[in-house]
Ligand binder design. Structure first.
Ligand code: GRF
Length: 192
């Protein structure tokens, strides 16, 4: 297959980014070529450095300036985009240029607990409040709406009802780390 070159977009700690970088570090045909970050102090910057992958920090102005981000990605030869804890809505021209080639992970079983404002601890608090007996992850393609593209994979974990939101978060994170890299690989290899 043709070599694939991933750009990870992340805003935060980057535990998923680390798993992805580790998973693909020796891959013959899939490489992570850049980590795009919208926060100058995000933990994911150090993680990228651990893997000798450039971290590119960008502002809201440059991100939403028409054509700018697409041009950069194309110049770098990026073929696929992985959102791993990235909170801004993507500009339309980016979605159009990479249609079907942008993937996201959401820490709940969509369509429940998705949409604007549903990120991080807000998701797990809402799951707790709703008394759900299970939660999980949704890995999906990205379109112009929050958490709305085609679902590729969902994985569930059951809840006793006694977990705190923090404990729910830990269960979900375990699923993320277990499944996300391999799902990315299968998606790039056209298994979905
Ligand atoms: C994950 O929970 C992911 O599902 C969500 O953002 C979080 C990122 O966590 N989209 P991390 O920065 O990878 O630790």
């Amino acid at each position: 297959m043709k070599p694939a070159s991933i750009a990870i977009f992340a805003s935060g700690t980057g535990t998923n980014a680390r798993r992805i970088l580790e998973y693909f570090k020796d891959s013959p045909n899939i490489s992570v070529s850049a980590v795009y970050v919208n926060k100058a102090n995000a933990g994911v910057i150090d993680i990228a450095a651990d893997y000798q992958v450039p971290a590119i920090i960008f502002s809201k102005e440059s991100f939403y300036s028409p054509g700018s981000i697409v041009k950069q990605l194309l110049e770098r030869g990026i073929t696929h985009i992985v959102l791993a804890g990235f909170l801004w809505l993507l500009p339309k021209d980016l979605i159009a240029a990479y249609e079907g080639r942008i993937i996201n992970i959401h820490p709940a079983l969509l369509p429940k607990f998705g949409g604007k404002g549903m990120y991080g601890k807000h998701v797990h608090e809402a799951v707790k409040l709703a008394g759900e007996t299970e939660t999980g992850i949704t890995i999906h393609l990205v379109n112009e709406h929050y958490d709305d593209g085609k679902y590729l994979v969902q994985q569930q974990v059951s809840l006793t009802g006694k977990e705190t939101p923090e404990e729910i978060a830990m269960k979900v994170q375990e699923l993320e780390h277990t499944y996300f890299p391999a799902v990315i690989e299968n998606w790039i290899n056209n298994c979905y």
